[in-house]
Design a protein around this ligand. Structure first.
Ligand code: HEM
Length: 442
């Protein structure tokens, strides 16, 4: 079949507005109307073909991955993550960069971060007064930045940490205009979003380069003093040729860009869903008490399925590619839609409902649930993300009882590249062991 699959006939500007205002709803309406393969026109990206069948997704991400370019689909964020980023490469260069980051993000290295994660969460929870209303998303933003800069980067200098706490949220709160419209990436007489962004980026880079220089010198003086963190591993260059300062900087900023807000937002959705599903909180509390990680992981996976922050993964066809009777020409841009896969009525019964039983005791087929993508570009931080979510959730539930302020579910709203709960996962602190006076003092 020649041509592209059908899709909305609305002008590109209108499609872009609908997509930007409510990407999940836009996708679902198109899916219902045109099926799992449909064509859209989004300003800044051009013609984009959505695909959400398990077979199509598997072929693009794994079987036919050599025919697809991931880096070109990430072009719009090159100015943040830098040219040496994993996100900017494919083929052997990508394999080499992945190898550099693999070890510190897996196995015992990730386990080594747990202790500091617990202390970070407890520090946050100490601020929660009984009876107070807390926006969990804001708290988790602080927690996940802290995990990244202290545990994953291994920074200890308090002045640098203080400055990064302020700068990282500003750096990642990118103005969509400079992502979608390259013409906006210039200064307007010393003003405008690009100038503001450049100022923040320069300061973040200065801090990171200073840290790299210092740690390189310390490592040269005493190679045995290497920590488990990513930065130490990159500087030691154990798994490959030692990286240059610029390469190391690009790796760290990439981890910030893809690993901080995703974890914070998924944590917020976890509590938003669990607190509004009868029986779920009790089940999760029991799992934490019994250290039954299978049930807790099931609860975590189900929250990622029903409220994904990463809806789509971009890929561009390098040569003609055939699927479902269509021959897509080279250059076709695909949105591999994990969001639509996870909410498909054909694959998941009653897909809008949160149910831990969906993942426990029997998990759905792996092709029906790919929260971390698949193939060569599968999320490198998947183990860290799950350990981080487990640690944050269990630490909170060991100390605190939470309730909801309003029973109605929070609406899904876009905030930058994320889909967040409209009120930031608002909860009431019913009891807090870490701040409540001890019984003797009451
Ligand atoms: C629950 C939280 C997270 C979710 C749902 C998530 C999801 C994803 C997905 C779907 C991809 C695949 C992109 C593609 O195929 O193009 C990805 C890539 C990636 N993620 Fe995550 N992620 C999460 C947390 C993290 C964390 C905490 C880190 C690091 C500390 C991280 C690091 C990365 C990296 C480095 C890549 C790029 C891999 C590559 O291109 O080879 N992610 N993530």
């Amino acid at each position: 079949m020649t041509g592209l699959p059908p899709g909305p006939r609305l002008p590109a500007l209108l499609q872009t507005v609908l997509w930007a205002a409510a990407p999940a709803r836009f996708g679902k309406v198109c899916l219902r109307r045109y099926g799992p393969l449909f064509t859209t026109r989004i300003l800044g990206f051009g013609t984009v073909v959505y695909i959400s069948t398990p077979d199509g997704i598997r072929r693009i991400l794994r079987d036919d991955a050599d025919n697809f370019d991931a880096a070109a689909a990430n072009e719009s964020i090159r100015f943040v993550v830098g040219e040496h980023s994993l996100l900017m490469s494919d083929g052997p260069a990508h394999t080499d960069r992945r190898r550099a980051l693999m070890r510190p993000l897996h196995g015992e290295n990730v386990a080594a971060y747990v202790e500091v994660m617990v202390s970070i969460v407890e520090q946050e929870v100490r601020r929660w007064q009984e009876g107070a209303t807390v926006r969990l998303l804001d708290c988790f933003q602080r927690v996940t930045i802290e995990v990244m800069i202290r545990a994953v980067f291994g920074i200890t200098d308090s002045a640098r940490l203080d400055r990064l706490r302020v700068l990282v949220p500003r750096l990642l709160d990118l103005n969509p205009l400079i992502i979608l419209l390259p013409v906006m990436r210039r200064s307007f007489g010393g003003f405008g979003p690009w100038t503001a962004f450049q100022r923040i980026l320069r300061e973040v880079d200065e801090i990171i380069f200073a840290e790299i220089r210092e740690r390189r010198a310390a490592l040269a003086a005493d190679p045995g003093r290497r920590g488990p963190d990513v930065l130490s591993h990159l500087l030691a260059g154990q798994d490959r040729v030692p990286a240059t300062d610029r390469e190391v900087r690009d790796h760290l900023v990439t981890l910030l860009a893809v690993g901080q807000e995703t974890a914070a937002t998924q944590l917020a959705w976890f509590f938003e869903r669990v607190l509004r599903t009868p029986g779920a909180l009790a089940q999760v509390r029991d799992a934490v008490r019994d250290e039954d990680w299978k049930v807790l992981d099931a609860a975590i996976h189900e929250s990622i399925r029903v409220r994904p922050t990463t809806l789509d993964i971009g890929r561009i066809a390098l040569g003609p590619w055939e699927s479902d009777g269509y021959v897509f020409p080279a250059g076709t841009m695909f949105a591999v839609s994990l969001g639509l896969l996870h909410l498909s009525e054909d694959l998941h019964e009653d897909p809008e409902t949160y149910s831990i039983e969906r993942f426990h005791p029997v998990e759905p087929p792996s092709a029906h649930f790919l929260p971390f993508g698949g193939g060569n570009h599968r999320c490198l931080g998947a183990s860290l993300a799950i350990v981080e979510m487990r640690t944050v959730i269990s630490t909170i539930l060991r100390h605190v009882r939470l309730g909801v302020r309003r029973a109605a579910p929070e609406r899904v709203v876009p905030k930058g590249p994320m889909l967040v709960p409209r009120r930031g996962a608002e909860v009431v602190v019913v009891h807090n062991q870490l701040t409540a006076p001890s019984p003797g003092r009451r």
